[in-house]
Design a protein around this ligand. Structure first.
Ligand code: FES
Length: 140
């Protein structure tokens, strides 16, 4: 075999190998869609702290967070990713967060699962108000 032909064969094998990996990567990715890290891995800016009603809670769907304000200037945050199969909660009604996928309900003041199929509470996330703005996540 000439050196050129040999190189071509090796190249072909490398491409086939990469394509194989690509397929594996895809199926893993689609699973990850429901199993992403449920809490922020870096600080997340949530905007004005007064957007969260005192005694109530606000859902930040895009950031996958729920912030509860038990009293003026006090905040608690939870992951808004359902602990059943990972859907993001779609609304907060009173003190309950709703999962649109299979109907789990969570107490947004404690994170506790109130109605299944989820049984595991929403993980709490550190949060602080700084200069009138809320920041959640590590270091908050
Ligand atoms: S993913 Fe929320 S109830 Fe199933």
């Amino acid at each position: 075999m000439s050196p050129t032909a040999r190189r071509t064969v090796l190249k072909g094998a490398a491409v086939a190998g990469a394509a194989g990996l690509g397929v594996v990567g895809c199926s893993t990715d689609s699973k990850l869609g429901h199993a992403e890290v449920p809490t922020p891995t870096a600080p997340v800016d949530l905007g004005p702290a007064d957007a969260v009603p005192v005694g109530g809670a606000k859902l930040y769907r895009e950031q996958r967070l729920i912030v509860h304000c038990p009293a003026e200037g006090q905040y608690k945050a939870f992951s808004a990713q359902c602990t059943h199969a990972g859907c993001v909660l779609d609304k907060v009604e009173g003190a309950e967060g709703n999962c649109p996928c299979h109907g789990s309900r969570f107490d947004v003041t404690t994170g506790k699962a109130l109605k299944g199929p989820a049984t595991v509470p929403l993980p709490e996330v550190p949060v602080r108000a700084e200069g009138g703005k809320l920041v959640a996540g590590p270091g908050a």
